[in-house]
Design a protein. Structure first.
Length: 80
């Protein structure tokens, strides 16, 4: 059932202003969000996120925090 604190949850929207990048803030914020989710919802089975392959810095953060790829989405555009 959605919102019951079980199953999978979603975590999106980690962002750091350009002038503050390169100091580990994204990793700290995401790790803290994971810690709080686990503390508040101990019955969660998973915490999902998505990141564009082109965002290599956030992909590295996700890798360091143990996220594993589960699917790949492609977006195509057709000029009419």
């Amino acid at each position: 059932m959605p919102g019951d604190g079980r199953g999978d949850a979603q975590h999106y929207g980690t962002g750091v202003l350009p002038e503050h990048r390169g100091h580990g803030l994204a990793r700290w914020m995401k790790a803290e969000a994971i810690r709080q989710a686990r503390e508040r919802y101990p019955d969660l089975e998973g915490l999902l996120t998505d990141t564009a392959d082109s965002n290599r810095h956030m992909c590295a953060v996700n890798d360091a925090l143990g996220y594993l790829p589960t699917h790949r989405m492609l977006t195509l555009q057709l000029d009419l």
